[in-house]
Design a protein. Structure first.
Length: 107
């Protein structure tokens, strides 16, 4: 239906907001030992890595981590679930992990 509402043909819902992160990772590529040419590479965004770092490494609650990243708890939970699924997939299936991209603001 051409002309139906603003932004027809684009993504549904609201635009993805920028997340606040504290540090840009210095190491951005991980691969299983002995894997020469990884055909399967999982891309983890910087925001997903930050959510993992805050909740799983720094032991913050989801509410605290969400406040630190400037997003709602539900948004943080979605990023965290997506990141955990990617990391587990890489570990179980022997995929490389590349950290890149995203829409963030460094503090």
């Amino acid at each position: 239906m051409p002309g139906y509402g603003r932004g027809y043909g684009r993504r549904r819902g609201r635009c993805r907001g920028k997340r606040w992160i504290e540090q840009i990772p210095t190491t951005t590529y991980f691969r299983p030992n002995g894997l020469q040419h990884p055909y399967n590479t999982i891309v983890l965004t910087v925001e997903e890595l930050e959510a993992l770092r805050l909740v799983d490494l720094e032991d913050l609650t989801q509410e605290e981590a969400a406040a630190q990243m400037g997003v709602s708890r539900k948004t943080l939970w979605s990023d965290l679930q997506r990141a955990r699924k990617k990391v587990v997939n890489a570990l179980v299936n022997g995929c490389a992990i590349r950290v890149e991209g995203g829409d963030y603001i460094q503090r």
